[in-house]
Design a protein around this ligand. Sequence first.
Ligand SMILES: Cc1cc2nc3c(=O)[nH]c(=O)nc-3n(C[C@H](O)[C@H](O)[C@H](O)COP(=O)(O)OP(=O)(O)OC[C@H]3O[C@@H](n4cnc5c(N)ncnc54)[C@H](O)[C@@H]3O)c2cc1C
Ligand code: FES
Length: 261
Amino acid sequence: MTQYQEKAAVIRIERLSGDNVRLTFDCPDIAAAASPGQFVMIRVGTGNDPLLRRPFSIHQTDEDGHLQVYFKVVGRGTGMLAAVREGAEVSILGPLGRGFQVADSPACLVGGGLGMAPLLFLARKLSQLKRDRSRDTIILGGRTSSEVEPLVKDFEEFGMTVVATTDDGSYGQRGFVTAAFSSLSLPSPCTVYCCGPEPMLAGMSVLCRTRGYSCQVSVESVMACGMGACLGCSKPNRDGGYVHVCVDGPVFDAEEMAWNI
Ligand SMILES: Cc1cc2nc3c(=O)[nH]c(=O)nc-3n(C[C@H](O)[C@H](O)[C@H](O)COP(=O)(O)OP(=O)(O)OC[C@H]3O[C@@H](n4cnc5c(N)ncnc54)[C@H](O)[C@@H]3O)c2cc1C
Ligand code: FES
């Protein structure tokens, strides 16, 4: 798979809520090569400080060569990225990793917190395939309204049924995405695509196994290189071995993973 390193101009900055920012880059090579679930490594500073690029899921691409990332400010690197100005150029490496295996069957997408980020690209891809979309569902969950509400319209554009949940009940159903998933009557077969915190992925994995649904999970790990060179992103798998999230994933069949929770 071809990877590119592009100097990408920032063409739009959206502060969707508190610490959550969406950046749109002019990044035609990576946008054209990317598939849903893959990620990019972004150099957040102009020089070598910080030295390491930061990994971000590809939130969305379009035919005009634009690429979006959607992220939360959690530390220095994301803080620096959130402070970029329109017109600035940022070094982006990608697309990296293995993304979702898009199936023809009815789909249920489940995103918790920033785990919603890669699902918009997946929703777009599913909407472009010649298949019955009327039975597709997406469950978007967060702690509170501001983490969920700003993205709902974007997902609705793709014609899916959107179910929103918040831990505090300030928007949509009160509770976790796993509870919302349990209460849905989904078609069978159904492919379930998940991204979110590890306890959520572990819970979804059990629910899908019980119901006989195929389940793909996008997992996170701390990453230094993003390209299989440092071996810092390893996670245990169910065979007693290890996978490297950056090259073997970040998307895995849920049955491959040994959950560390
Ligand atoms: C494949 C992949 C895709 C990702 N996609 C997104 C995305 O679309 N949107 C988004 O907001 N974030 C995403 N992340 C997480 C993002 O990379 C981290 O939040 C970011 O690197 C933190 O950098 P920092 O310098 O701001 O924080 P640091 O100062 O390095 O760390 C601040 C805090 O964030 C935690 N942290 C750092 N890296 C990670 C990580 N990889 N996963 C979980 N916690 C971490 C640290 O433990 C610490 O508590 C992704 C991570 C991976 C591996
Ligand atoms: S991040 Fe270096 S091997 Fe995965």
